[in-house]
Design a protein. Sequence first.
Length: 256
Amino acid sequence: MRELAIQGIDVSYAQGNIDWAKVKASGGAFAMIRPCYGWDDDSQIDRYFRANVQGCEAVGMPYGLYHYSYAQTPEDAQKEAKFFLRVIDGCRPEYPVVFDLEDSSQQKLGKSTLTDIAKAFLSTVEKAGYYAMLYANKYWLTGLLDMSRLSNYDVWLAQWSSAPTYSGNYGMWQYSASGSVPGISGAVDLDYAYQDYPSIIQNAGLNGWKKNPATGSDYQAMYEAQKALYEAEVQKVETLKAGIQEIISKMQNMVK
């Protein structure tokens, strides 16, 4: 486990009415909330979205927001991003806003198209002033997406296990889909966050937050520096992979 591991949950209509005071009292430090899915259809706004946001705000629990995608093309993804931005307008999440890429209807679209879809959504949301993040499981991250083209974006890893085995960089980890938390009836997804997202996002003036001029610091530069460090780590991993592959190739040639 990393040194900084902040416990959280992610929720949608599936959890029904939530007693957020009990969730917070049980040790929950943040929540990821689903506002909507698809695009251009208000019937696809999660019916518990606003109640969940209001519940978090009432008890002072930081939250982030995620959009479940059905996009089949980059153009679809842009429509989804615009719909998502309309639905969340007025919210000030202290955790990332996330593109949830996992639907089975998208699996056979091919790596290039799927990566284009992710970039289309994430870049649209980022240009609107939000901290954009990609959610996907290990299989998608390692086999279905070209992560070298998505290295600018933080990752929320989904891998239900006692320890993650994904070798890439990620800022959040969804480690269970069968958690039990006071205040919620039935199972709920459990997560860890490994960065102080409220400080990063608020200080950078993202997600609807304004910079605090009294600090006298350039937090946008700090945000850019954080991204640069993340990209550097991605490059290190890619270089390591290439070196390992080279060693394997040499060993195979020696055996021959």
